[in-house]
Ligand binder design. Structure first.
Ligand code: ADP
Ligand code: MG
Length: 586
């Protein structure tokens, strides 16, 4: 190794740029955030060639005088903090004083700025850290910064830039975050002279979401708010129907700053547990306000992560706020009306045809054959476990229903009718009942007339031993029955529809697979999911009127009844008004 030298400032900036300026989108983020800090109410962004050729940002903020303009591009120069005390409560988006210096060290920059007190502006140009003098020029109040040819003197980094399409996608994502977090600012983005967004300051968050995502997203959001324990939360929660396979529709803003936080993501996931398939991600826009002193933003170079001093409080408040709203909301899936036949007939030929025609057939059959239900005795679920409400709600229940293909139930209600997936709904009911019961005490079991015995491998024996408490909680009683054999002596009443030996084998398999990765609660929950699935009536099972009535009544009394424990819908609703529209009665 050679001798240690002190790097010159430009080298220092280039190294810093490696952290802060990864691609054109990072420059856009820093440039735009500076404008929000400068009090701008209007920001225009123009980029060319995915930002690789040009990024130009103009604002009507406070502007900089000649002296500030000269120092803004030096490293560690900032007007936002002065002492270490200021670091404890940062209210601005920037504070590190590194962004402009980093950008200017890897691009060609031209900046023009004017403050409200001055009659004309000033200009400075920097070429990869090589600064010109500040010269006077004519300008409007505010600042324009043009950034050209990012990384042009750093071929190794330039090579890593992706196509213009990819780079503009990243820029759009950055602008989206800023636009959602700062709805009072007028914002426009153009690419190669064409408008990408033109957002007005008055339009509000719903209109922004419509414009930046889609009307489908904006129309399927539930709004809720909470203000407790120093945490103000406003949330727009996507209904399960707009959940996606990635977290691309999850946005969290902390005092206007877009952040990513694992506690918050976890709270969102937990809130939706049982309402959507666990492999899908709900749409959720969260706007959190809390005192600046309650978290640290100085933990990540691009400030996308923060450290909450009381992360548990943040988690529990968000979970409570979201969960309350989701539980209070009817999340039943609304039927999508059949697409109208287009001129070329394509509307009926696409993938939806089978489903559309099945629905139409089901509807016709329903109207032809609906019949009043006889009040037979209820032998469907053990009524000891149904709440008292069940009986009262049965009396008010819709009296017209029928089962089709021994799998679905069509039932009339006040607003129209619903199609119930009998297995999915019963699975949810079973799951909620199981959960409630085991919460209180081990499941009530019943001695088997003939104990069922079966052989176990060494591994299966180990798994059983390691999870003996869990088996006990389930209400399964086992006795040894020879060296490698056990017998099931008692089995839970609630699971009477399941085969004891099959069920136990599946439980052992599940435990063997998941016991090492899940905590005790989640593991038990998985077992309950499985139990619910096994114990629920299957598709293809003929039900009596009494059983159907019970199922419909139970839907009203259990939580999360709109979705099965895997998150799939249990019912699809058809409204009268939609039917009337489809049949051209209105
Ligand atoms: P930071 O934002 O962390 O302070 P920057 O390097 O991004 O650091 O900017 C340095 C300084 O330049 C800012 O503190 C601010 O005073 C000034 N500045 C940057 N952009 C603008 C702008 N658009 N309008 C007014 N002042 C600006
Ligand atoms: Mg900044």
């Amino acid at each position: 190794m050679g001798r240690i030298v002190v790097l010159d400032q430009n080298m220092v900036n280039m190294i810093a740029a490696g952290e802060v300026i990864e691609r054109p989108a990072s420059a856009v983020k820093e440039l735009v955030e500076n404008r929000i800090d400068a009090g701008a109410t209007k920001i225009s962004i123009a980029v060319e060639d995915g930002g690789r050729k040009l990024i130009s940002v103009t604002d009507n903020g406070c502007g900089m005088d000649a002296e500030d303009l000269a120092s803004a591009f030096e490293s560690h120069t900032t007007s936002k903090i002065h002492t270490s005390d200021d670091l404890r409560a940062i209210s601005t988006l920037g504070f590190r004083g590194e962004a402009l210096a980093s950008i200017a060290s890897v691009t060609q920059v031209k900046a023009v700025s004017r403050t409200a007190e001055e009659l004309s502006g000033n200009c400075i140009e920097i070429d990869c850290g090589d600064k010109s003098e500040v010269t006077p020029c004519s300008a409007d109040v505010g600042t324009t910064i043009q950034v050209r040819d990012i990384f042009y003197k750093l071929p190794a980094r330039r090579k890593f830039l992706k196509s213009a399409n990819t780079e503009i996608t990243h820029i759009i994502e950055q602008v989206t975050r800023i636009a959602l977090g700062n709805t009072a600012i007028e914002l426009s983005l153009t690419h190669n002279g064409r408008d990408v967004f033109r957002l007005s300051a008055e339009q509000g968050i719903h209109a922004r979401i419509t414009e930046m995502f889609s009307p489908e997203v904006a129309d399927n959001l539930l709004e809720t708010e909470s203000d407790e324990k120093g945490l103000h939360i406003t949330a727009l929660l996507g209904k399960p129907s707009i959940a996606t396979t990635s977290n691309r529709l999850q946005y969290v803003f902390l005092n206007g700053r877009y952040i990513r936080d694992k506690f918050i993501s976890h709270a969102v996931k937990e809130a939706y547990r049982g309402s959507i398939d666990p492999s899908r991600f709900p749409a959720a826009f969260l706007f959190i306000r809390m005192p600046y002193e309650d978290y640290d933003v100085n933990v990540h170079p691009t400030k996308i992560e923060v450290r909450f001093y009381n992360a548990n409080l943040v988690h529990s408040q968000i979970l409570a706020c979201l969960r309350e709203k989701l539980l209070a909301t009817d999340l039943d899936t609304l039927a999508r009306p059949p697409r109208p036949l287009s001129d070329d007939g394509r509307g009926m030929r696409g993938e939806g045809r089978g489903r559309d025609s099945r629905i139409t057939e089901a509807m016709e059959e329903f109207f032809k054959r609906h019949r009043p239900a006889g009040q037979r005795h209820l032998d469907f679920v053990d009524t000891r476990y149904s709440s008292l409400d069940t009986r009262t709600s049965i009396e008010h229940q819709a009296s017209k229903f029928m089962q089709i293909h021994d799998s679905f139930i069509i039932a009339e209600n006040d607003e129209g009718f619903v199609i119930i997936d009998q297995h999915a709904l019963h699975e949810r009911i079973m799951y909620e009942q199981l959960k409630k019961r085991v919460h209180e005490s081990p499941l009530e079991s019943q001695k088997l007339l003939v104990p069922e015995s079966f052989q176990l491998t060494r591994q299966q024996q180990d798994t059983l031993e390691n999870n003996s408490q869990l088996i006990e909680r389930l209400g399964i009683e086992l006795v040894p029955f020879g060296p490698k054999t056990i017998a099931i002596q008692a089995f839970p009443v609630l699971l009477s529809k399941a085969e004891p030996a099959d069920f136990l084998r599946d439980v052992i398999d599940l435990l063997a697979e998941k016991a090492s990765t899940l905590d005790a609660d989640s593991l038990f929950d998985e077992v309950l999911h499985m139990a619910a699935c096994k114990a629920a009536i299957k598709a293809g099972t003929k039900l009596t009127d009494g059983e159907i009535e019970q199922l419909i009544a139970d839907k009203e009394t259990v939580e999360h009844s709109s979705n099965c424990p895997h998150g799939r819908p249990t019912v699809i609703k058809f409204t009268l008004s939609e039917l009337e529209k489809q049949f051209k009665r209105t």
